[in-house]
Design a protein around this ligand. Structure first.
Ligand code: G3P
Length: 214
């Protein structure tokens, strides 16, 4: 499974990139608002650090404005992926941008049929939001399974980018379900390498060795 970091914070992106296993970055208007920095400027900074796909979301909600904004975002760097909402206007913009050779990430996907439609429109990525479905009492993971089945049934090439991941259990279950990519907050990335028995084991190896050899 590919690993993206879900943040617009440069320190977090640098630390995650330093791990050597980071494949890309996703941003959104809420994440950029936390950074209080011009969105285009921050995207250029991120693309200078990470060579894999960097998702840049449009603020526009209407088709022609989305197209214009998407084309502008795509000029920032060759690894920009234009992120569009999974709405009717977003679907049309996805088709138009994909036909122009601009990669898209269709975000805010909450049902399998949205994922099927955006795949038909040529989306590079689809972003099902697991945590937000859990928040309303649904089983977010079911959506990943549904989309995996639909895409495998018909050979769609769109990658499933599991989003709204809140903890390592989500991430583990995405890997088991065959999500192509998970976009994950910095803390959860770091949590992937934590286990109390690992820490206890390292300490024990070290103390045994010191006891024997000083
Ligand atoms: O990539 C989408 C993600 O940022 C949404 O996560 O935790 O705000 O639902 P969350």
């Amino acid at each position: 499974m590919e690993l993206y970091i879900d943040t617009a914070n440069l320190d977090e992106i640098k630390q995650a990139a330093d791990l050597g296993v980071l494949d890309g970055v996703t941003t959104n208007p809420s994440l950029i608002a936390k950074e209080k920095i011009d969105y285009g400027k921050r995207l250029a900074e991120i693309c200078a650090i990470v060579k894999g796909p960097v998702s840049a979301e449009v603020i526009a909600v209407e088709y022609s404005a989305m197209l214009q904004e998407g084309r502008e975002r795509a000029k920032i760097a060759s690894n920009i992926v234009v992120k569009l909402p999974s709405t009717v206007d977003g679907l049309k913009a996805c088709k138009a941008l994909s036909d122009e050779g601009i990669k898209t990430n269709m975000t805010l996907c909450f049902q399998g049929l949205q994922a099927m439609m955006v795949a038909k429109a040529g989306a590079f990525l689809v972003s099902p939001f697991i945590g937000r479905l859990d928040d309303i009492g649904q089983e977010g993971m079911d959506l990943i399974h549904q989309i995996r089945t639909i895409y495998d049934n018909y050979g769609f090439k769109t990658k499933i980018l599991a989003a709204s991941i809140r903890h390592t259990e989500h991430m583990l279950r995405c890997a088991l379900a065959g999500a192509d990519v998970a976009t994950v907050p910095f803390k959860v990335i770091m949590d992937c390498m934590k286990h109390p028995l690992t820490d206890i084991g390292v300490e024990k190896f070290l103390s045994d060795y010191k006891k024997a050899f000083g």
